[in-house]
Structure formats: structure tokens, C-alpha cells
Design a binder for this molecule. Structure first.
Ligand code: DHB
Length: 390
């Protein structure tokens, strides 16, 4: 097969790029070793920045986010047992949207099918070759076991945090920046009514907890745990007792409980691969960077990458000049590092470090008080959370 842009990875980044390129009349092929069903059944984060929502709606992917998503005009920061609302609408005039990443994927996959896009799920043995030559290639075995070869002008690695495309950039030409955290998140889905109208980010002596939502009957919650925590050691009763104790306070806030239908431990890491381009290979989304989940920046950053990349690829193809692509890495990395800082900041402000002293905890409470008590402090949070302009 010949195509203009070969895309490894059929998650939201790869599919959105393929969709945006199609709108500009540029053909692409997307491959992914996962089946569509595997991607659809993995529980992911649920918050979209205002511009991510606009990108979905304005590019004609779907307006389902408007009908089924929920605009949140703020969040609560809860500490010392009291909730403090950060009012995004009043501070920056924007909302964040509660709409699961899984639904973003479904909308994009449906849009590619509707527009007769070439997307191949369930393939195996992917290899990328000739990245610095004029015709890079993707070699793989298709879902029927037949060897296939795609030759393209540009090759995009949108193959997630365990990217193999990223490994193709020679060590001498790349730098990897990495940070681990001594904790993780225990995430659950529970069949229960919502406990709060918006998200509640909670600092407590027992560690962080996040109360999020999905629907009127399904809720998403997380609590800080050890990275090697075994989900099987956690009965429903034990999970609810832990969550209730973390959100408890003099205002009597309690969570509505229900059957837990999903339990998983989420890794916490910060990672950036620079540059995001090598020859005709371009990296996008988690393949180039990972953020810890606090603040839900991962999907939003991936969509911001491909918005820039689609624009520059269009210019490169139309003008038959790779020069436009020189701007990709610096432009994308500017946002990536701001998001790295934001995610790190939200994380370290709200989580309890093992071995934290009384001073450390008091300082965090001082930081939280200065965020919610100051227009300057809470405006930074509101800007970062709802998303910086393109
Ligand atoms: C969700 C996940 C996040 O990481 C976050 O910061 C907010 C919400 C969620 O899954 O709902």
C-alpha cells in the first residue's frame, strides 16, 4: 500500500490525526496491534479541555460530547476536611468537560469508518523502516495473518507510552527526561449515584483521593496507593472505608457507595522524549510524553500535538517541503513542558509523600490555602485545567 502519512497507533492521537489530514485532502493509513474492542473496554480518564471539545465538534467528529458530556465550570479542592470551589467560569470564562476518553475513541473510530478512512486494528509484528530515507515503511502482519507493507512520505508514531517508534530515534540524537513517583492511583468504577456535582480533588492525612463521575448511575474514583498495591487485597468494604476516611470532614461529606465494577492500579510517571521528530518520523501523544494523571492532561496533550502536526504536515505536503516540520517539535514541546509542570504541581500539592514530615504536610496546606485564597493562585489552576490556548 502507498499512502502519504503512515500512522502507527489507532488511539485518539492517531485517529484524530488521520481525521484532520483527511479534512485537508491528505490520505493516511492507521495501524494498531490492539483490536477496536480492546481499546473500547479499557477504562481511561474522563476530562477534556475546552479546546479539545472544540476540536471534536468543529472538525465534525461528533457533537455527542455536547449531548452526553457534562460541562464543569469548576472543581473542588478539599483539604483539612473542607471543600473550596475553584470557579473556572468566573476566573477564565471556560469550562472543562467530563467525557470519557473511551467515548472520544469511539467517536473518532466511527468518524473514520463513516469517512471511509483506512484503519487496521488487530495487526501484529509491526516494524518501522527507512525513517530517514524518502519512503519510510511500516511492515506488519494483518489480522488474517498476511504480511503487509505500507510505504509513506511521513511516518507518525502515535503508539502510546510503550512506543516502539520512539526507540527508532538513535540514542545520540535524542534525550529522554524521566521522573518516577513513590505512589500510584487505585482507580475504581462504582454503580452509585454521584456524590458531588463536580470533581473533588482531596488532600488528606491518609493521602490523596479524587471523586469523579461518569453518569447518573456510574462513578469514577481514585485514591493514592503504593505502586505495587495488589487490587485483590482490596475488598469492596475496605475500598469504601478508605475512600470515606479520606474525604471525611466537619461538613459531614460522605460518598454514595455501590457495587465496584472495575479496579486497577495506575502508574505514575513523568516522561518526555526530545526531539519529537527524527527525519520523516514524527512522534505524537504518549509516544513522546507521559504525565501523571492528576489534572487529566494526557489525552488533551495528545490532541494538541496532532492539531499542530496536521497543520504542519499539510504545509509540508502542499509545498513539497519538509521545512515546515522543523517547527513541530519546538511548538509541541512548549505545551508539553507547561503540562508537565502543571501535572507535577497538582500531584505534589495533593499527594502525601512516604516519609513526609509534619512540616511537609503543613506546607502543602499552606500552598492549597494560597491557591484557593488568591485570585492569582486559582487563576493559574483554572487556566491549566481548562487548557492553554493553541
Ligand atoms: C479523571 C481522571 C483524572 O486523572 C483527573 O485528573 C480527573 C478525572 C477521570 O477519570 O474522571
Amino acid at each position: 500500500t502507498r499512502t502519504t502519512v503512515g500512522i502507527v497507533g489507532g488511539g485518539p492521537a492517531g485517529l484524530m490525526l488521520s481525521h484532520l489530514l483527511a479534512l485537508s485532502g491528505i490520505d493516511s493509513v492507521v495501524v494498531d496491534h490492539r483490536t477496536r474492542r480492546e481499546i473500547e473496554t479499557t477504562v481511561r480518564a474522563g476530562i477534556l479541555e475546552a479546546d479539545s471539545v472544540r476540536l471534536l465538534v468543529d472538525s465534525g467528529v461528533s457533537d455527542r460530547v455536547h449531548r452526553e458530556g457534562h460541562a464543569h465550570g469548576g472543581i473542588a479542592l478539599r483539604f483539612g476536611g473542607t471543600s473550596h470551589r475553584v470557579d473556572f467560569k468566573a476566573l477564565v470564562g471556560e469550562s472543562a468537560w467530563l467525557y470519557p476518553q473511551t467515548d472520544v475513541f469511539i467517536d473518532l473510530a466511527d468518524a473514520r469508518t463513516r469517512d471511509a478512512g483506512d484503519v487496521r486494528f488487530g495487526i501484529r509484528d509491526t516494524r518501522v523502516v527507512d525513517l530517514t530515507g524518502p519512503r519510510p515503511g511500516i511492515l506488519f502482519t494483518d489480522a488474517d495473518g498476511v504480511p503487509q507493507e505500507i510505504r509513506c512520505d511521513y511516518l507518525v508514531g502515535a503508539d502510546g507510552s510503550r512506543s516502539t517508534c520512539r526507540q527508532e530515534v538513535p540514542e545520540a540524537r535524542r534525550r529522554h527526561y524521566f521522573r518516577e513517583y513513590p505512589f500510584a492511583w487505585f482507580g475504581i468504577l462504582a454503580e452509585a449515584a454521584p456524590s458531588a456535582p463536580e470533581l473533588v480533588y482531596t488532600h488528606s492525612e491518609r493521602g490523596f483521593a479524587l471523586i469523579s463521575q461518569r453518569t447518573e448511575t456510574l462513578q469514577r474514583m481514585y485514591f493514592q496507593c503504593n505502586p505495587d498495591e495488589d487490587v485483590d487485597q482490596w475488598s469492596e468494604d475496605r475500598i469504601w472505608a478508605e475512600l470515606q476516611s479520606r474525604v471525611a470532614g466537619p461538613d459531614g461529606f460522605t460518598l454514595n457507595e455501590g457495587t465496584i465494577t472495575d479496579k486497577a492500579v495506575l502508574r505514575f510517571r513523568s516522561f518526555v522524549a526530545e526531539p519529537m521528530r527524527h527525519g520523516r518520523l514524527l512522534l505524537a501523544g504518549d509516544a513522546a510524553h507521559t504525565v501523571p494523571p492528576t489534572g487529566a492532561k494526557g489525552l488533551n496533550l495528545a490532541l494538541a500535538d496532532v492539531r499542530v502536526l496536521a497543520e504542519l504536515l499539510e504545509r509540508a505536503v502542499r509545498e513539497n517541503d519538509d521545512g515546515a516540520l522543523d517547527r513541530y517539535s519546538p511548538r509541541a514541546l512548549d505545551r508539553v513542558w507547561r503540562a508537565q509542570h502543571f501535572s507535577y504541581w497538582m500531584t505534589t500539592m495533593l499527594h502525601t509523600l512516604p516519609g513526609a514530615t509534619a512540616f511537609d504536610v503543613r506546607r502543602q496546606l499552606g500552598e492549597l490555602a494560597s491557591v484557593v485564597g488568591s485570585t492569582a493562585g486559582s487563576t493559574y489552576l483554572a487556566e491549566g485545567y481548562t487548557g492553554w490556548p493553541a
